[in-house]
Design a protein around this ligand. Structure first.
Ligand code: TA6
Length: 300
């Protein structure tokens, strides 16, 4: 029996949950529930789609994405861990860490009042220790329903404290990034990666008028994306996170990425729940830390 068939036999729920061979033949959990539909790939523990009942798809996927072991999926919710961006002490290391590059274990699928909850886990091993000599368990617990809830639970199973960066690098589908407003970050300090890591205080709503790559710091607040073209408001609430990244590659950077269509940049914006830079999480031996995002979508 194939992996997919075996997983479907074990975790499928008639008419609601099916384990299928998704893009690139990668195993994926497909949810078609009364409150919402969604798709979660075992590859990278990666939420690739979420469509609440009565609304259109909320997440964005590139038509040029790779779908293969060892490569990140472009779009949905890549999980960045245990570092964010390039690895400080190793230019050859994969950007945003290594957990988004390989298959996670499907641990549980349950149906409840809020929708279908899918639990995936990835653990340290000899391969990961080549990059990062630390013992950990990382779970992604995703509930697909009227809301999309994603909990990233990091457990330190080693003998000493660990320090790690982490991000739920969420790509949202929008009508035109040039007309979008991001509310909730007014007055928050951000580090502008496009301006030599300059520190700036956000004045008013965030609008996108060029390549934008900002790390908002010391912020635990909720954020709203107002999308006048789609007539949609996307709410992003978070827990256990001190930093929020806002990113759009704009023209040149989109062209420079082989897994990102040259003309796709107006249709997406990343708003990322994270703990990065000096706000990396420290977890004592035997302890756990959970970072969570709850996404809602409604009419503007
Ligand atoms: O979160 C924004 C960012 O750090 C940008 O600097 C850009 O590199 C983006 O992530 C995408 O990174 P990726 O490695 O997925 O191409």
């Amino acid at each position: 029996m194939s992996t997919v068939a075996a997983l479907n036999a074990r975790f499928g729920i008639d008419g609601v949950v099916k384990v299928v061979a998704g893009h690139g033949g990668l195993p994926a959990v497909e949810v078609t529930g009364p409150q919402g539909n969604g798709t979660v790939y075992l590859h990278g523990g990666h939420v690739a789609a979420w469509k609440p009942a009565g609304m259109e798809e909320v997440l964005w996927l590139s038509g040029s994405s790779a779908w293969a072991d060892g490569k990140p999926i472009r779009g949905g919710v890549p999980l960045c861990f245990p570092w964010f961006g390039p690895k400080k002490d190793d230019a050859k290391a994969p950007a945003h860490g290594f957990v988004r590059l390989s298959e996670w274990e499907l641990e549980s699928v349950t149906q409840g009042a809020d929708g279908v909850t899918i639990g995936l886990v990835t653990r340290s091993n000899a391969g990961t220790k080549g990059w990062w000599d630390t013992d950990y368990e990382l779970r992604h617990i995703v509930t697909i329903g009227k809301k999309l809830t994603m909990e990233l639970e990091l457990k330190n199973v080693g003998g000493g404290p660990l320090v790690a960066e982490e991000a739920q690098h969420t790509y949202f589908g929008i009508g035109d990034v040039r007309q979008v407003k991001v509310l909730g970050l007014e007055g928050v300090k951000y580090i502008d990666k496009g301006a030599g890591m300059k520190e700036v205080i956000q004045q008013g709503a965030v609008t996108i008028t060029g390549e934008t790559d900002r790390i908002y710091v010391e912020t635990e607040g909720n954020v709203v994306i107002e999308d006048p073209v789609k007539g949609r408001r996307i709410g992003i609430a978070k827990k256990g996170s001190k930093t929020t990244v806002v990113w759009n590659p704009w023209v040149a950077k989109a062209k420079a990425m082989p897994d990102f269509g040259d003309e796709e940049w107006p249709g997406m914006i990343c708003v990322e729940t994270c703990n990065v830079l000096g706000w990396a999480v420290k977890v004592e031996a035997g302890q756990s830390h959970t970072m969570a995002t709850e996404i809602t979508a409604g009419r503007l």
